[in-house]
Design a protein around this ligand. Structure first.
Ligand code: ATP
Ligand code: MG
Length: 320
């Protein structure tokens, strides 16, 4: 089967604090395990929207690993290239929200099965017929093996004319900002579509406004820069400095983790369908808004109709 989109990287069992404002240094309730990992969320969401999607990664031979594989399979993701490793434990993430809604993570990734992703697991044959390779920077922050695997995958994709989409998904818990910035700027030459949050574009570009930073990035490789702005929606700039913007949908926020990765899947979907950029942004805002209303990082829209319905019936902030 020819794949529309493939990705690689961490597969994580995630636990989310039940009560907002309770951080990780006291005893209280967590909910989970939820299947997670930024690139896996994008791929699972893409499959749920109806794309042929596949994933390359490593889980431990434990209940968490089996839970994640079962979930990806249930949603139609090709998991033939997900390895079950007997000598490591599936990656773990714990998430807490403080009162202002900002997140704190505790990760076990560098010492987990996710760190066992290496270039040898990237078989160039898998790229035949693929239309998009999606890469998350979060994978590259785990260690040398995963980083080299991502660079090999991106280089292979570019060599074969496969479109590369990239989300830096900055994780200060895994890599310093200075190292992250260097890696980001070095990776851009391999990227066609950059999907980045407003905060990230400003941090990685050393301050300034998101629009001016996005325009600067157009000179570094990508042909389109998409900036995700949380409750403010998203905008994109493309070659020739064309500007597009869409407001977010008004929804009840329950758990925003994963919204960016669901957005990425929806953006890729619209891009592959050849839609106009504004229509894609609106669709991706709607898909991500659905995710925000649900607990668990991978719990975005179950299918395309749900997204189309929110686009029809939902209210966009700032639009009368
Ligand atoms: P994450 O890394 O947590 O997955 P992100 O930081 O990459 O997310 P955000 O900008 O927070 O990305 O969210 C992605 C998209 O989700 C936004 O562009 C917006 O469309 C939608 N979104 C996020 N938060 C909300 C919200 N509270 N209400 C409606 N839509 C939202
Ligand atoms: Mg993100």
């Amino acid at each position: 089967m020819n794949m529309d989109v493939i990705s690689l990287g961490e597969l994580i069992a995630e636990f989310v604090r039940v009560h907002r404002g309770v951080m990780h240094d006291v005893a209280d309730l967590y909910m989970g395990p939820f299947p997670s990992g930024a690139p896996a969320i994008t791929i699972d969401s893409a499959a749920r929207l109806g794309l042929n999607a596949g994933f390359i990664g490593v889980v431990g031979n434990d209940d968490f690993g089996h839970m994640i594989i079962n979930r990806l399979r249930r949603d139609g993701v090709d998991t033939l290239r997900v390895i079950i490793d007997n000598d490591s434990i599936t990656g773990l993430a714990f998430v807490a929200y403080d009162q202002s809604g900002s997140r704190r993570f505790v990760f076990n990734l560098k010492w987990s099965s996710s760190a066992k992703l290496t270039p040898s697991l990237i078989n160039p044959d898998y790229f035949t017929g693929v239309r998009v390779l999606h890469v998350s920077g979060s994978t590259m922050y785990i260690g040398k093996g995963p980083r080299d695997a991502c660079i090999k995958a991106m280089s292979e994709a570019r060599r074969r004319g496969v479109l590369v989409s990239y989300d830096p998904n900055v994780r200060v818990e895994l890599m310093s900002i200075n190292d992250t910035r260097e890696l980001f700027l070095n990776s851009l030459r391999l990227v066609n579509v950059l999907l980045i949050s407003e905060e990230e574009v400003n941090v990685l570009m050393g301050g300034g406004g998101a629009l001016e930073n996005a325009i600067k990035l157009l000179n570094k490789g990508p042909e389109i820069i998409v900036v995700k702005r949380g409750v403010n929606g998203s905008f994109a700039v493309s070659r020739g400095n064309q500007y597009h913007e869409e407001y977010a949908f008004e929804v009840n926020e329950v758990d925003p983790t994963g919204a960016g990765d669901v957005f990425n899947a929806a953006f890729i979907y619209g891009y592959l369908k050849g839609w106009g950029i504004n229509q894609i942004l609106k669709f991706a805002n709607a898909a991500a808004a659905i995710k925000v209303t649900r607990m668990g990082p991978m719990e975005g829209p179950g299918g395309i109709n749900e997204v189309l319905e929110l686009m029809r019936k939902g209210k966009q902030r700032g639009v009368k």
